[in-house]
Design a protein around this ligand. Sequence first.
Ligand code: PEP
Ligand code: MN
Length: 278
Amino acid sequence: MPAGYELAKRIDRSTVVEAGGARFGDGGFSLIGGPCSIEGADQMERVATAVRDAGGAMLRGGAYKPRTSPYDFQGLGDRALPLIADAAEHAGLPTVVEALAESQVPLLQTYVDMIQIGARNMQNVPLLRAAARTGMPILLKRGPAATLDELLCAAEYVLLEGNERVVLCERGIRGFDSNTRNVLDLGGALRLKELSHLPVIVDPSHASGRRSLIEPLTLAAAAAGLDGAVVEMHPEPDRSRSDAPQAIDCATFARIAAGVRSITGALRGEASRCFSVL
Ligand code: PEP
Ligand code: MN
């Protein structure tokens, strides 16, 4: 039986994906920070400044929110896009925003640097193709009950459009214990690196659902040698209009970024010691 992902499968090199100046898969650990939902200009300015000052690589924010309940905040929609674009421009950061529908792709193309395909849409083939055809980098999140092969087949749809700019994201899979929102599959994320040449990052926010776990899970991913993390943060976390329990504050984001730097620095030191022995 064919693997189903000829173009995504591991080859003798790793692909580096560049998104508005941020780089994934070059041996570093790229941190994306920003709120679950874009709520206003002041919120976005404060978060963008904090991400930039901490040395983060990219600003995130949801405009079209895929909420479980139709009664929950659905995002500001189209009018959120200039808010994130302006804040990011002032801070000098690139941006990533999720597309929920094909119709949103052209507007995203004019306002952001990277398109996110969310967990619920991982196998939405028309959306994958429409996003891929922009030629923009794609942040492809693993569905909460998707196998690694299914995720790689979804990536294959993008690659088949001639777009190799795909970053895979492990964002937690469904477990049986509601103490954490999902289960961060770190082993699965590492296995993806064995199976594919594409960069792999984690989302500890949707994986754990708890702000106390974001820092240690991000540092674990950095220590494991993965390519980055996307973290939900808010200047006033308890006031977040969505996913407040998993939102960290700006000071915690800065501490995580510093922790990541010391881990990646130590790993590089180890590697250079190994090479000098060889
Ligand atoms: C998000 O990143 O805003 C999001 C909704 O994540 P996921 O698709 O992983 O649930
Ligand atoms: Mn969220």
